[in-house]
Write a protein that binds this ligand. Sequence first.
Ligand code: FAD
Ligand code: 2HG
Ligand code: ZN
Length: 470
Amino acid sequence: MKDDDALRTELRALVGADGVLTEGADTAPFLVDERRLYRGRALAVALPRTVEQVARVVGWCNEHRLGLVPQGGNTGYCGGATPDESGRQLLLSLRRLNRIRAIDADNFSITAEAGCVLASVQQAADALERFFPLSLGSEGSCQIGGNLATNAGGLNVVRYGMARDLLLGIEAVLPDGQVFDGLKSLRKDNTGYDLKSLLVGSEGTLGVITAATLKLWPKMRSSATAFVALATPENAVKLLGVLRAQAGERLSSFELLPRIAIELTTRYISGVTDPLTTAYPWYILCELSSAADEPLSELLQQTLADAAERSLLLDAALATSERVRAAFWRLRETVPEAQRLAGSSLKHDISVPVASLPAFISEASLWVQAHVRDGVLVCYGHAGDGNLHFNISGIDRARSETFLAQEPQIRRAIHDLVAKFAGSISAEHGIGRLKREELRRYASPVALGAMRAIKQALDPNGIMNPGKLL
Ligand code: FAD
Ligand code: 2HG
Ligand code: ZN
């Protein structure tokens, strides 16, 4: 086995001296995950600028049997982009592979390199009167490659689907260093196994995504946004039905928030205020949008009035300007940050069938009340997709260790309940290193066997993101 210095010298020959970081101060930000759950070490951080350089690095890792950890914006929640503690894995950052290669307004498609920050793809589409609907709180730093590798969800899934649904074509470097050029921009293509779909959600374990062709929509010209107060999650599910029936495809977001989310954000995030004057137990932040010039505020107002007549809501505030709309969204998008500032938290990114949300929330909340010491439930999320961030925040900083020590029992109870409701233990954040054992426990053995066979076929030397997902 070659020593580390010899390997680093070879690596510099592949990507240039400025494309290899080895000094502690330079590599440190790449070696810790967003939630500070994992701290790794690396042989080096490689920063290729071209697909050819990525291919050379992957082929070289395969030859030397070196583990390779792809990293995008490093905003992932499951430690998937952090190398292990051995110091023998190579971290491959895609941040310099960040060109928009093409936008085809007539074909409603954009081709972006993996390292493009999500917000820059949204902006590039907007400049050509087009709309790219993937939207997450981390959109200012997460990257398209990371979004696809995790099959990201976010705030517009109820209408547009997850990252997988937005993908037309992909370019990726496979574990043996071959470039798979699948950058098609076709809406219909039934020519065998869907390799692009296999790479989506593979969390860097099957190859390095280097570029993608993504679907665009016409630019949105009208929108209407409301912050609605409700007594129960049952009413939220009924309200969703009413909105879907009356607004159809115009419903683009349907987010659930509990009272505590308002308390946390108003306390910890500067400038956030309660949109309503009275405190209520639950809230829905919903948005209608359309590419046509439509009176959506009237439609939303009328729909909410109908829902009020059926006693589904307690109060509502409509966004009367772009400034108010942005304030509603800021409240929603800063809940994770407020939770972080409030102290330690235990997170469960789960989904159940939408109709089962109320029963799940009721049963799981009772369990938390009865069994969790020093913690308060912060259950919010993408209710229109049946996806809850069923999180618990520690209430006493001085006792955060005893709070966190309950994690295994809490996780087990909540995930068992998710399984009882035929749900998922990872709705949108993936598996990474964090939920590997959970996947093993809750996935069907047949599915796991097929996943392992795929991994073995594509990456027989196990170089791609070892220790993640499987
Ligand atoms: P990274 O964290 O860098 O990597 C994630 C995984 O993908 C790793 O396994 C990595 O190895 C792999 N990977 C990265 N790039 C590539 C590549 N080019 N090829 C192959 N594998 C690759 N997620 C949601 O789904 N919905 C949300 O609403 C949401 N909101 C968030 C809000 C905040 C404030 C934060 C901090 C995170 C949020 N996330 C959300 C989680 C996170 O932003 C997403 O998972 C995002 O898709 C990760 O992208 P990234 O570029 O940061 O990937
Ligand atoms: C969100 O929806 C993100 O805000 C983060 O997926 C969720 O912090 C979380 O638990
Ligand atoms: Zn989310």
